[in-house]
Write a protein of this length. Structure first.
Length: 406
């Protein structure tokens, strides 16, 4: 007698999202581990991905595309079909509202997401979902935990960075209610331990696909060194630190910098380029489709992402773009913030500077750009091995599948 596949619903703020490609890559990979996986998104993605990605994922149910009237109607349908579960879920909601402050924006948001969960629950029941796996521990987790309670199924969470450091409300409750609560780094796990009384914390890293980022054969020997930056143009990526550090380098190197991405900090970064007269060295390339990244990395001498904590306390977890560059064989320069040192070990798997320290960033750049090809290759080989061993998409998704199937 064949064992029926678990039917898992992946839920995230946006699926598919260019700024969170790790979500849909994990979703697609999970399907290869005897798991039926469907997709749901809180919002309709703002930035469109390529058609091949959409085709691979299939239909995505968008929660906030449904009308508020349908939320209200679904509440009454769920109430009459299973009053006990709805009453229990309302008890959760009221308790959560008192925890966040009864007359606050967070509480109002919880009520709205409870109503959205009523509608979402009908979709889950219709498709016979057995488990909800949520990326990001804020809004999508609110909806998932109320839906799971209403219909009596398990849910699990994958926490990242912003969702626990800047918007980390109800973490104790979410960890307690989840089947398991995973996160991407030891750094995050240690932080979350203060909220965990049930030993449910796991580490499931955002992995990189070894079939898409194949290590290059040799280090390039560009006369003018090509330095790449890839990420959303927001403060926490630390691109402003890089631009401030360049004029502080005491040694002269010939280089050009290609900044790939878009975001709210673009105008500020462009003004820094003008301020330091770097127009002949720095180019803004705009958004790049993920399937083009590997080829772009191929000819880079270095990849830089000097991450920082932003003015709101938000910071990166472990950027997947660093993993992709390292697996490709590109030496990386980053900072010692959050979980990044678990990936970029200074002078072993890359170069690292104190986060937010412009002078330290300048010194790290000098050290990296001054390395000969053999030294770069040694670091790159260690980086490739480290990524394959600890940050593989296949290995981490297999572990996720085991946790879900338990």
């Amino acid at each position: 007698m064949s064992v029926r596949k678990p039917k898992v619903l992946f839920l995230a703020p946006e699926i598919p999202a260019l700024s969170a490609t790790f979500v849909y890559k994990e979703l697609l990979k999970l399907r290869s581990f005897n798991t039926h996986v469907m997709a749901a998104s809180v919002h309709l993605p703002k930035v469109k991905t390529t058609q091949d990605v959409k085709d691979a994922i299939g239909d995505v149910y968008v929660i906030y595309q449904q009308s508020f009237l349908s939320f209200i109607c679904s509440f009454f349908v769920m109430l009459f079909s299973n009053p006990l579960r709805i009453i229990q879920t309302i008890a959760f909601l009221i308790s959560d509202m008192f925890s966040t402050g009864i007359v606050t924006r967070n509480s109002a948001g919880l009520v709205f997401r409870f109503l959205a969960a009523c509608n979402f629950s009908r979709y889950i029941k219709k498709h016979e979902i057995t488990h909800i796996h949520v990326h990001f521990a804020h809004v999508p987790t609110d909806i998932a935990m109320y839906s799971a309670k209403m219909i009596g199924i398990d849910f699990s969470v994958q926490a990242h960075a912003n969702d626990i450091f800047e918007r980390g409300y109800l973490l104790k409750q979410k960890i307690s209610r989840a089947k398991f609560f995973s996160t991407i780094s030891d750094f995050n796990k240690k932080y979350l331990a203060q909220f965990d009384r049930t030993q449910k914390l796991k580490i499931v890293r955002c992995g990189v696909d070894e079939t898409k980022f194949i290590p290059r054969q040799n280090q390039p020997n560009n006369k003018i060194q090509r330095i790449g930056v890839l990420g959303r143009l927001v403060e926490k990526k630390g691109i402003h630190i890089l631009l401030e550090a360049l004029p502080k380098m005491k040694k002269h190197y010939s280089y050009i910098i290609e900044i790939v991405g878009d975001g709210p900090e673009k105008a500020k970064l462009e003004s820094l380029v003008k301020k330091h007269e770097l127009q002949d060295k720095v180019t803004f390339k705009g958004v790049m489709a993920n399937n083009k990244v590997s080829q772009w990395l191929q000819n880079l001498d270095f990849f830089v992402l000097p991450c920082v904590k932003d003015c709101n306390g938000d910071m990166d977890g472990i950027p997947v773009s660093l993993m992709e560059a390292m697996l490709k064989g590109v030496p990386v320069i980053s900072s010692d913030i959050s979980g990044v040192p678990e990936l970029v070990i200074n002078n072993q798997t890359g170069f690292s500077a104190a986060s937010g320290d412009i002078d330290a960033c300048a010194l790290s750049l000098e050290e990296a750009l001054g390395c000969n090809l053999q030294a770069r290759d040694n670091i790159s080989q260690q980086a490739i091995s480290h990524v394959k061993q600890n940050f593989s998409l296949n290995g981490n998704t297999q572990y996720l599948a085991e946790l879900i199937h338990e």
